[in-house]
Ligand binder design. Structure first.
Ligand code: ANZ
Ligand code: ZN
Length: 894
């Protein structure tokens, strides 16, 4: 920006020039490259993006967090693996191809190009040599290879599943292709049908117990995510027992409350239960009901809907006959699809009983240590659902629920049974833009896996068709059966894209490997990911599938001893628009990252985002916040420039040693604080400390001729501490400070906070606060001298004793010989201490208090334009009475 005329040039940096320059410098220096030979690097990973073509603020936040953290770890001397790739299969690419008269591949590749550019302009430091793209055969062939491995292990099965079928297009539709309440085909508006068809499933239920139990050891995961996974797996320990329905055989029920069996007043079957289907053949009411609920959408059916079948079931506990209903609240695929209902102790059964006029009989009451008493309970009004003590249960009255359950399993010929909410993972998708499932259907041999040596099964050219393009690809589809050589056809379904993301973190370890999905030895060394960051929307499926894959890979020895993929997990909070609503791309509260980069630069966007809130918290976009981040960066840079240009008079012989000493200690304390906060993922706190330090340096410069070493050290520290978040400005400033190397490759400053520095800061803070109060309340216009008097030694001694005394504070203090000698003053002070003995904190010695106040005196001098005198409160001055440890006495003379 020099204009060559010798005129004072304008201060500040020009982000448009500075940012690309340093991005190139990082590239040239291979700063973010990690060698294969690295030993167990810090693995920092952001969930890779779907290739939509443009970054939104949510992305920018996600990627800024991992980038700042990766840079921080790198400065601390860690080898860091921070890779990036593209989750690039999926339906939107197919839709876009339809709309734009192109094909999914070209569209996706264009999106990747433009997103790569956006990533670079944000200054994100990735090892691009490890880039992976899931829609490339080099990647997806390993989806196929792993599918075969899972198949060999018995973890892939054919199961029937309900699919959306358009009778007019004669094709299966993805859920996203079914529109509205009326469930119309997106292409032709024909109402869709539900058809049962065979699909490929990964039997994740085989791992249900381990997936559940291992959550307990994931200490680095947020509690809410673990809870969501627990609920999703939904393990229930219960029992099954048989009930006889005359004329229809036995129906097995599943219950978690076998203790309530004596209170069963009716019996319910799901509409799909075989006995319900039999009943429908003979009973028009049942037939009508079953038909109605099968045709309807879930939310069209009242919760208490059901139909009496005219039949009765025999309760094995009581011999009683209870009416059998078919009811929609009983689900086909939970437990056995049949239950005995106890309205007194279950909410849904209660609602049903009220609606159908069925008796309600209590069989459990609160036990003596419950917080309600038995006579406060009226089960006619509402179900009492907790465990308790049995009543109205014949010889079993008085048993605890738990004991009763154990006993009844044997007495009523039941079996313990564990039920899960988790279902096997259906991975078949009737779409083009995904990994072809490597299976061949042969009339003679059945389903034959494509042999590994024939992988990849590459996608054929995309064609525009109403159905699945793979079905239309005749040349591709018809193959020889690998077993018998006869005519056979390929599977035309592709894999759920969640397969791609279930192991991509392993591919980064050896992205170009041609002989296996990943290098097992290196992966075992580099895994798990140390820090994973991504959206809460992936709390269940993606994370569960990634955990499953890791466990299976460990079991088949492709990994060694890595059973969990992600050690620490952070879910970043949402970015809200200025209006406080979720920021949307299409809505009118959206802010385009590109616009912010153009106007203010990437560093401003990064700093604003990181200062706005802790990563987990949501925050609202604020133009003022952006502005403030921008001017802060400009100001830091100007301060550096002024110093570099010799405009700050700094001296090897500083004018005021105490002041420099104060600043030096603050610098150390800031480094210590910022380091802790970066480690704890509280970037906003770290940045606040840097802002305070910059403001201190500015006051230091204004107040005195700064010590050159101290001042420059302060600038260097500021630049380094800012560099993970605002890396471009930091490089520019580093350069102005005369460094040849990159700050991205420098060392993190050493953090030696002085001992008890928090106490020292507190003392200074409180003292300044107190002086302000006095000046205000007394109304002192022009203070001349401020005298601070540190409490005498004996008060410190008394304080110490009071902190350690248990109980009688005054007695303990006055039991001390030295303090007794002080006399009535000590007794009075002991009473003061006793009054607040709970709130006493550790304090500095009188000498350290004095030193600390002397170092900080300049702050008061500057603030009030007065002289400051620090002294010991000697015994007979009237200040001695007022001073206390941590609270010097204050005298202000006008
Ligand atoms: C009798 C009983 C008595 C139950 C009682 C509960 C309380 P929760 O309640 O979530 O732990 N159930 C069994 N199969 C079902 C199905 N196919 N569809 C819907 N509900 C079904 O889940 C366990 C309970 O859900 C089971 O225990 C059963 O009702 C019901 F005082 O059996 B219970
Ligand atoms: Zn065959």
């Amino acid at each position: 920006m020099t204009d060559g005329t010798g005129e004072q040039r304008e201060r500040g940096f020009d982000h448009a020039a500075v940012e690309p320059k340093w991005q190139e410098a990082w590239d040239d220096a291979d700063v973010f490259r990690i060698e294969d030979s690295a030993e167990d690097p810090k693995y920092v990973l952001a969930m890779f993006p779907y290739t939509s073509g443009s970054l939104h603020m949510g992305h920018v936040r996600n990627y800024t967090i991992t980038d700042a953290y990766a840079r921080f770890e790198r400065l601390r001397g860690e080898a860091v693996l921070h890779p990036m790739g593209w989750d690039s299969f999926g339906l939107p690419a197919e839709n876009a191809a339809e709309e734009r008269d192109t094909n999914p591949r070209d569209w996706t590749m264009q999106c990747i190009d433009s997103m790569t550019e956006q990533f670079e302009s944000m200054g994100f430091g990735y090892d691009w040599e490890r880039e992976i793209t899931t829609c490339e055969p080099e990647y997806y062939q390993w989806n196929q290879w792993l599918f075969n491995k899972f198949h060999e292990e018995g973890l892939v099965e054919r199961q029937s599943a309900e699919l959306n079928w358009c009778p007019s297009c004669e094709t299966v539709l993805a859920d996203e292709q079914v529109e509205g309440e009326a469930e119309l085909c997106w292409r032709c508006d024909t109402p869709i049908e539900h058809r049962e068809m065979d699909q490929w499933f990964i039997t994740i239920t085989d791992y249900a117990d381990e997936l559940l139990e291992a959550l307990d050891d994931l200490d680095g995961w947020p509690a809410n995510v673990k809870e969501m996974q627990r609920n999703w797996i939904g393990r229930q320990e219960g029992a099954s027992v048989e009930f006889e329905i005359e004329g229809y055989g036995t129906a097995e029920i599943f219950t978690t409350r076998l203790d309530t069996i004596h209170g069963a007043t009716f019996f319910s079957l799901s509409p799909g239960h075989p006995i319900a289907q039999d009943l429908a053949e003979e009973n028009d009411d049942v037939a009508e009901y079953v038909e109605r609920v099968e045709a309807a959408d879930e939310d069209e059916i009242e919760e208490t809907s059901g139909v009496f079948t005219g039949e009765y079931a025999t309760n094995p506990a009581t011999g009683e006959e209870i009416p059998v209903y078919v009811a929609d609240y009983v689900l086909d695929d939970v437990g056995t699809g049949a239950l005995y209902a106890v309205p007194a102790h279950d909410d849904r059964d209660h609602a049903f009983a009220e609606a159908h006029d069925i008796p309600i009989e209590q069989v459990v009451e609160p036990n003596p240590d419950a917080d309600v008493s038995p006579d406060e309970i009226d089960v006619q009004e509402a179900a009492y659902t907790p465990d308790g003590v049995l009543v109205n249960s014949g010889e079993y009255d008085g048993l605890e629920s738990e004991e009763a359950r154990d006993k009844f399993v044997k007495v009523f010929d039941g079996e313990n049974r564990t039920d899960y909410r988790l279902r096997d993972w259906g991975v078949s998708r009737q779409r083009y833009w995904g990994t072809p499932i490597p299976m061949i259907h042969c009339d003679d041999c059945g389903h034959v896996p494509v042999p590994d040596e024939d992988l990849p099964v590459e996608l054929p050219e995309f064609v525009h068709t109403t159905g699945n393009p793979l079905d239309a690809a005749e040349d591709w589809k018809h193959v020889e059966c690998p077993d018998c050589g006869g005519d056979a056809v390929r599977e035309t379904d592709t894999m759920d894209t969640f397969v791609d993301s279930s192991w991509y973190f392993l591919r980064f370890v050896s992205p170009d490997l041609g002989s296996a999905p990943f290098d097992s030895e290196r992966a075992s060394d580099w895994m798990p990911v140390d820090q994973y960051v991504g959206g809460i929307e992936h709390a269940v499926m993606h994370l569960l599938y990634a955990r499953l894959f890791t466990k299976v890979l460990d079991d088949i020895d492709l990994l060694e001893g890595t059973r969990e993929p992600f050690r620490n997990l952070t879910n970043q909070g949402m970015v809200l628009g200025e209006d406080g609503n979720k920021m949307s791309k299409s809505g009118d509260n959206g802010v385009s990252p590109q616009r912010i980069i153009d106007e203010y630069g990437a560093d401003t966007a990064r700093l604003f985002i990181m200062e706005a809130a802790q990563p987990e918290k949501e925050f609202a976009w604020s133009p003022e916040g952006v502005q403030s981040a921008h001017s802060f960066l400009q100001n830091v840079y100007k301060l550096v420039e002024e110093y570099a240009d010799g405009e700050v008079s700094a001296d090897a012989e500083p004018s005021d040693h105490a002041v420099s000493e104060y600043v030096a200690r603050e610098l150390d304390a800031t480094v210590a604080k910022a380091t802790d906060e970066f480690e704890a993922f509280r970037f906003n706190h770290a940045l606040q400390a840097v802002r305070e330090m910059i403001s201190l340096l500015r006051r230091y410069r204004e107040y005195t001729t700064p010590d050159a070493d101290t001042f420059e050290r302060g600038l260097r520290i500021a630049v380094k501490l800012l560099s993970p978040v605002a890396p471009h400005v930091a490089e520019e400033a580093w350069n102005r400070l005369g460094e040849d190397g990159l700050v991205a490759e420098a060392d993190w400053p050493a953090a030696d906070a002085p001992d008890d520095y928090d106490t020292e800061r507190q003392l200074v803070e409180n003292t300044r606060e107190d002086v302000r109060d006095i000046v205000d309340t007394v109304g002192i216009e022009d203070p001349q001298t401020i005298t601070l008097a540190v409490a005498p030694e004996w008060k410190h001694r008394a304080h110490e004793i009071a902190m350690n005394a248990d109980g009688n504070v005054v007695g303990t203090i006055m039991g001390d010989e030295e303090l007794r000698e002080v006399g009535s003053n000590a007794a009075d002070f002991a009473k003061d201490l006793a009054a607040k003995s709970e709130a006493l904190d550790e304090q500095l010695s009188p000498e350290r208090e004095r030193e600390a106040l002397e170092r900080a005196a300049w702050l008061l001098e500057r603030e009030f334009g007065a002289d400051v005198v620090v002294q010991d409160a000697d015994a007979d001055s009237n200040l001695a009475g007022k001073a206390a440890p941590g609270r010097p006495a204050i005298d202000i003379a006008e």
